[in-house]
Design a protein around this ligand. Structure first.
Ligand code: ASP
Length: 327
């Protein structure tokens, strides 16, 4: 029998509401991982699954300490058990893509690591969690998923960690990979990966996460922005900053002036965009302003990369080289 590790962290997939017609008002992170497993008896025929509870929270309340525990546990489990087929992580959907991307940058193993959540609580009529969990286990056990990095399975689709994002507040099909589409899908016939994931880079494979993490805020561009936000970040000496620019990652004149005028040490700064898809390319002004384009990373994923780069003591050139080399 295949062996699988299920790491439970909470979210709507483990959420409970007062009645089954309610799918908006509920408490996330109530049921334990064992209960999620018990709701899908078919899993018993697929694998021997050991369950560990890393947290039981709404994913908006995940902390860096949870990320550290998750990374440590996955690395240890893979190192200790060569026969372990893969790891499934149950997770709230709101920040699922951030955890997936973090793991993609830190876990260097061809065995699948699959994140899964649900848009409806476990108590809801037509709850999507049980089928999503069955699909996630199928994918984690499959040969096809090996070597594709960290995957997200939702609503029968299989997504790559780098591309996937939550695009909608409602509906079981809330996840998409805007620029590339999903890697493929999973159903009762099998796993069908129609796209190949790009060459895998695990730049922080040997990096041990510390207890203390730096401040890396995200500043959001809009009409008539308040430049004080940006200057406050600089004067409070944040270690890194993601600027979510309008269009292809543009800053207003006022924001450019704040950066020009800043005489202190510059944090590592990435320029992402608020459009939801499409890349941010290099701009002639980037060098002078101390910015780097975030490429295809959305702002929240750019922040994850920046956090790790700051923790690992990277400089601008190292960060630039990684983003430039990313497919
Ligand atoms: N608030 C929930 C969470 O992210 C939403 C969900 O899981 O769908 O934990």
């Amino acid at each position: 029998m295949n062996r699988l590790l299920l790491l439970a962290t909470g979210g709507t997939i483990a959420g409970c509401a007062a009645d089954s017609a309610t799918s908006n008002y509920y408490t996330a992170g109530v049921l334990g991982g064992d209960a999620l497993l018990a709701a899908v008896p078919q899993l018993q025929d697929l694998a021997t699954i050991s369950v560990e509870q890393i947290a039981n929270v709404d994913s908006a309340d995940l902390l860096f300490a949870h990320w550290r525990a998750l990374v440590g546990r996955i690395r240890d489990a893979f190192a200790a058990d060569p026969e372990l087929a893969g790891v499934v992580i149950t997770h709230g959907t709101n920040t699922l893509e951030e955890t997936a991307w973090l793991l993609q940058l830190l876990i260097d193993d061809p065995r699948p690591v699959v994140l899964v959540g649900a848009m409806r609580p476990a108590t809801a009529l037509s709850a999507d969690g049980p089928l999503n969990l069955l699909h996630a286990v199928q994918v984690a056990l499959s040969h096809e998923a090996r070597g594709h990095g960290v995957l997200v399975v939702m609503d029968g689709q299989v997504h790559a960690a780098q591309r996937v994002t939550k695009l909608a507040t409602q509906g079981v099909g809330a996840f998409a990979s805007p620029d590339s589409g999903p890697l493929g899908w999973v159903d009762d016939v099998g796993i069908h990966l129609t796209s190949v994931s790009g060459p895998r880079q695990v730049p922080f494979a040997y990096f041990d996460l510390p207890e203390q993490w730096p401040e890396v805020p995200i500043v959001y561009g809009c009409v008539d922005p308040e430049p004080l936000l940006l200057s406050t970040c600089l004067t409070s000496r944040v270690a890194g900053l993601v600027f979510t620019g309008t269009g292809a990652g543009q800053l207003s004149v006022g924001e450019c002036r704040v950066l020009e005028a800043w005489a202190g040490p510059r944090p590592l700064m990435l320029r992402a965009n608020r459009c939801g898809s499409g890349p941010v390319h290099r701009h002639a002004e980037d060098e002078r302003l101390g910015l780097l384009p975030a490429g295809s990373l959305n702002p929240q994923k750019a922040r994850v990369l920046l956090l790790l780069a700051v923790l690992a003591g990277w400089d601008r050139n190292q960060l630039d080289a990684l983003i430039t080399a990313s497919p």
